[in-house]
Write a protein that binds this ligand. Structure first.
Ligand code: 13P
Length: 326
């Protein structure tokens, strides 16, 4: 294999067809972040067993952590593993929150089938210019591109913001037509990480801004919308973590009911990272605490992987509606 490799050689798919079906079918494609073997095995196993299309995505931080060449071969292995399981689910390899043209180009050249260029923190015209530049390069290789308008609060690897700025619906038509993006990430009240909302005693999680989503949908009907920061921060995991020596007071996420509503609308890609991290950490803490003599990583990572499979099946089947859609 040469240094430059097309995603088609790896058996991957871009997101175009996936999104077309998802928008028409009223469900969302899951986009799960990964940076190690057990996470990728769990994602592929769960999605193959639920017959769900899937986007496996890596942030810049995950790419630095896992090594670019390693990731390329892991993606190749993931596709082969699914096929050996007798599953033909489409699998996209996506760059999450690319922050420069050079990074996006390098991902296109190394086998990614989809990239995000996140210029949401830039002034509008600069965001348009940068996104357009990435689209022009990526489309020459039939790689799909996600852009972003509006800023999410929270922390995800290097990407962080104190407060959120909702997407301005009046900008979306212009942005989509000038940049040529294939999908658009928007900000309607979700945020990255495990502490999405600061709630006072007795307070409920504020609803997402469905009014903004509806206005966007009205302006660009049928256009694929992406929701970042969409973990639900399942309290059973937070409790397990806290019960076994962790300290995660006040961790809270987006209720599943709201994600179901979003998935049934123009939202056709839902990003989930924190929920997987929580499931793994909860199970590793529990296992090590209950088996203090154990030192084989396969034991505690094995139980974590099993839990992750369960969690992902649950998401596909009961939240995103992607199960059975491959
Ligand atoms: P969560 O932190 O809610 O899982 O969001 C992940 C994400 O949006 C990755 O881009």
């Amino acid at each position: 294999m040469s240094d430059t490799v097309s995603y088609t050689e790896l058996g991957l798919a871009n997101t175009r067809e996936m999104f077309k079906k998802a928008v028409g079918g009223g469900y969302a494609i899951p986009a799960y972040n990964f940076n190690n073997l057990e996470q990728l095995q769990a994602i592929i196993t769960a999605c193959a067993e639920t017959s769900s299309p899937v986007i496996v995505q890596v942030s810049k931080g995950a790419r630095d952590y896992a090594n670019e060449t390693m990731l390329r071969y892991m993606a190749l292995g993931a596709v082969r593993m699914a096929r050996e399981m007798g599953s033909n689910i489409p699998i996209a390899l996506h760059l999450d929150h690319g922050d420069s043209f050079e990074l996006c180009k390098s991902c296109v050249d190394s086998g990614f089938s989809s990239v995000m260029i996140d210029g949401s923190h830039l002034p509008y015209e600069e965001n348009v210019k940068l996104t357009r530049q990435v689209v022009e390069y990526a489309h020459q290789h039939d790689v799909t591109v996600e852009g972003e308008l509006g800023v999410l609060a929270g922390i995800e690897d290097e990407v962080q913001a104190e407060t959120s700025t909702y997407t301005k619906p009046e900008e979306v038509e212009d942005f989509v037509s000038k940049t040529g993006v294939d999908s658009l990430a928007i900000s309607i009240g979700t945020s990255h990480g495990a502490y999405k909302f600061k709630l006072k005693e007795g307070e409920e999680v504020p609803p997402l801004r469905f009014d903004i989503l509806e206005e966007i949908e009205r302006r660009i009907p049928g256009f694929p919308i992406v929701l970042h920061g969409a973990s639900s921060v399942l309290q059973e995991y937070v409790q397990l973590i806290n019960n076994y020596g962790g300290k995660m007071e006040g961790a809270v996420g987006v209720p599943e009911e709201q994600l179901r509503r979003a998935a049934a609308s123009a939202v056709c890609k839902i990003n989930i990272d924190s929920d997987g991290r929580l499931a793994v950490t909860a199970k590793v803490r529990e296992y090590l605490s209950q088996h203090p003599e154990e030192f084989d990583p396969r034991k505690y990572l094995g139980v974590a992987r099993k839990e992750l499979i369960k969690l992902i099946k649950h998401k596909n089947e009961t939240v995103l509606g992607s199960a059975g859609r491959a």
